[in-house]
Write a protein that binds this ligand. Structure first.
Ligand code: AGP
Length: 362
C-alpha cells in the first residue's frame, strides 16, 4: 500500500514507525488468528518446531535482540531448548549441533547476507529452516522451508523499531502454539495480553514530551550512556543501546546489572547517564542495588520501571503488562529517547552515517 510508505505529517519515518507499533500488534493478532479467533501457526510448521530437540535462532542486530527475547519465551512456555546466534559468528564458528536441530532465521528485510550465508550452510547440512521476516518473497523467505510474516508494513528508517516488536509478538505466538501442541497448559490468553500491550504501547507513544525531556536532561551533553537491566530487561537494554548509538552516535552499552562490578563500573564518572529497566519482580531488588552502586560513583540514574514494582525515585513507570512480554512495551521509551537524543544533536535520524537499511554484504 503506497500510503503506508508516506511520511505523512511525521518529520521522520522512525517516529512514524514507532507510532505504528500498537497498530502492528493488532494486525498481527488479526493475521494469526484462526476461524475461532485463536492465535495459531500452521500445523506443519509447529510439527517441525516440537519435533526438534533444539532450536537455533540466527539473526543480526535488532533481529538478534528480538531472538534473545524469543529464546526466553520458547524455553519457558514450550520447554524447547533454544540457542541464539549472531549470524556472522555462527558461519565461521559453528557450534556443535544437536541431533534434530531446527533453524529459525529472523530478518526484517529477509536480505541480510550474514544470515543468508548461514542458511546456505545449514541447508547443505540438510536442516530445515523457518524465516521470520517482514518481506514476503525476500531471499531468506524463498530459501527457507517455511515463512512467518511480521505484517509490520514497510520499515524505511534504518533504525528498526516496529519490526523488533513484531518479531517478538510472532515469536510469542510461535511459543504458545508449540506449548499447546505439546499439551502444555498456559495460564494466560496471549491474544488478550497482546491486546493489552497494544493499548499500553499507545499510552507510551503519547508520552513523547516526557521522553523528549528525558533525552534532553540526560543525553544532550554526554559522550556515553549505559543501559542496565537483569533477565529479559538486559536484552531490551542491548536494543536500547543499539538504537541510541546508531542514530545519535553517543557511545552506548547495554549491560547485565550483575556484570557491572566485573569491569564496566570503572567507566562511571560524575554525571554519566545510566538508564535502568526494572520490569521484572524477581530481580527488582537486585537491579535497584546496581543503581545504588552506580549512583555512589556519581552516575545520573534514569529508572524506567513497571507499575507494581515502582519506587519514588523512578523517572517513568510503564503500565503493567504480562511479565514475560514486557520487552514489547519497555523498548518503546528507549526508542523514543534515542529518537529525541539524535534529533537534539542534529543527526540524520532516518539515515545515520555509515549504515544501510539492509546489509547485503558479508
Ligand atoms: C537495527 O536498528 C539495525 N539497523 C540493524 O541492526 C538490523 O536490525 C540488522 O542489520 C538486521 O537486519 P534484518 O533484520 O533486515 O536482517
Amino acid at each position: 500500500d503506497a500510503s503506508d510508505i508516506e511520511k505523512g505529517t511525521y518529520p521522520h519515518y522512525m517516529l512514524k514507525e514507532i507510532d505504528e507499533q500498537p497498530f502492528v500488534m493488532r494486525r498481527i493478532i488479526q493475521k494469526y488468528q484462526d476461524e475461532n479467533g485463536q492465535l495459531t501457526i500452521a500445523p506443519e510448521m509447529i510439527a517441525e518446531v516440537i519435533n526438534a530437540d533444539r532450536l537455533y535462532i540466527i539473526a543480526c542486530g535488532t533481529s538478534y535482540h528480538a531472538g534473545l527475547v524469543g529464546k526466553q519465551l520458547i524455553e519457558k512456555w514450550a520447554k524447547i531448548p533454544v540457542e541464539v546466534h549472531v549470524a556472522s559468528e555462527f558461519s565461521y564458528n559453528m557450534p556443535l549441533l544437536s541431533e534434530k536441530p531446527l533453524f529459525i532465521y529472523i530478518s526484517q528485510s529477509g536480505e541480510t547476507a550474514d544470515s543468508r550465508a548461514v542458511l546456505v550452510q545449514t541447508k547443505k547440512l540438510g536442516h530445515k529452516a523457518i524465516t521470520i521476516t517482514n518481506v514476503p518473497g525476500s531471499t531468506l523467505s524463498r530459501e527457507a522451508d517455511y515463512t512467518l510474516l511480521l505484517h509490520a508494513g514497510p520499515e524505511i528508517a534504518v533504525a528498526s523499531t516496529k519490526a523488533y516488536t513484531a518479531q517478538i509478538a510472532v515469536l510469542a505466538i510461535l511459543a504458545t502454539a508449540a506449548a499447546k501442541a505439546k499439551g502444555i497448559a498456559l495460564d494466560f490468553d496471549l491474544k488478550k495480553e497482546l491486546g493489552i500491550i497494544a493499548n499500553v504501547m499507545e499510552m507510551l507513544c503519547d508520552a513523547k514530551e516526557e521522553m523528549e525531556k528525558i533525552a534532553r536532561e540526560y543525553l544532550s551533553m554526554t559522550r556515553n550512556c549505559f543501559f542496565i537491566g537483569r533477565a529479559v530487561d538486559y536484552y531490551v537494554c542491548l536494543e536500547g543501546a543499539l538504537k541510541l548509538k546508531e542514530i545519535s552516535y553517543i557511545q552506548a552499552e547495554g549491560f547485565a546489572g550483575g556484570e557491572l562490578k566485573h569491569g564496566t563500573i570503572a567507566l562511571i564518572e560524575d554525571g554519566t547517564p545510566v538508564i535502568a529497566l526494572a520490569t521484572q519482580e524477581h530481580v527488582n531488588l537486585s537491579i535497584r542495588g546496581n543503581v545504588k552502586e552506580v549512583v555512589a560513583r556519581g552516575a545520573n540514574p534514569c529508572i524506567i520501571s513497571m507499575r507494581g514494582l515502582e519506587t519514588d525515585e523512578d523517572r517513568y513507570v510503564i503500565p503493567a503488562v504480562h511479565p514475560m512480554l514486557t520487552p514489547l512495551v519497555s523498548v518503546v521509551p528507549l526508542q523514543l529517547i534515542a529518537y529525541y537524543a539524535a534529533l537534539h544533536r542534529g543527526c540524520d535520524v532516518d539515515k545515520p552515517r555509515n549504515l544501510a537499511k539492509s546489509v547485503t554484504v558479508e
